[in-house]
Write a protein that binds this ligand. Sequence first.
Ligand code: AMP
Length: 213
Amino acid sequence: MGKGTQAHLLHERLGACHLSTGDVFRAASRTNCIQSPAMTAALEYMRRGDLVPDSTVWEMVRERSGCVRCQGGFVLDGFPRTLAQAEALNQLMQEEKISLSAVVNYELPLAEIVSRLSGRRICEKCKSVFHVTQQPPKAAGICDHCGGRLYQREDDRPESITVRMEVYERSTAPLIQFYQHLGLLLPVAATGSPEEICARTVTALEQRSQPVT
Ligand code: AMP
C-alpha cells in the first residue's frame, strides 16, 4: 500500500539497507528452482492474501539478519506483522546490541487503501508501480519506463484484498499498541505523492532523533 515505495525512497535518502519480506516471497514465486515445502506453502498463503506462517518468515529474516548491521542503518518493510514476529525481532536486536529508532505507521482511510491496492499495476520487467486512475501509464498496460507489460499482483485482486484487510485487523493492528508502549510508534499520514509522504517521514524521523531541550 505504498510502504514498499516509501521504504525504497528512505533507502535512497538515508543509505539504509532495505529488507522487504514481501519482496523475498515475490522473488521466490518467480524462480523456476524447486522450492522447499515451507516456501511452496508460503506462496500459497501470499496468493490468498493471508500471512505466511511466523516460522517461515522468521527463518527468512534470520538468514538476512546481516542487514541489521549495515552501516547506513536498515529499513524493515512489511516486517514484523504479528506480535510473535515483533517479540522475535526484539530478541534479535538484543543479541545484536542494537535498537530500533522508530516504527513508522502509515495512516490512510480504509476506502483509500482498497482503492490504491485494487488499482495498482506493476511492470513485470522493471517493477515500476502504476495506478490505473491515480498514476496511469501513457499507454494502457505498458510501462512508461521500459515498455514492459503491466500486471496486477495476485494478492491485489478483490478476494485477496478482503482477506488482507481482515488479517491486518486481527494480527497486525495489535502491533500499534505494542510499539506505542515501547515509545517507538511514529504515525505518518500517507496522503499525497510518494515524495511528499517521504519528506513527511524524514521530518518526523529527524524530529524524533533531536534531543528534547
Ligand atoms: P507486502 O509486499 O509487504 O504487502 O507482502 C506481501 C505478502 O507477503 C503478504 O500479504 C503476506 O502474504 C506475505 N508477507 C510479507 N511479509 C510478511 C510477514 N512479515 N509476515 C507474514 N507474511 C508476510
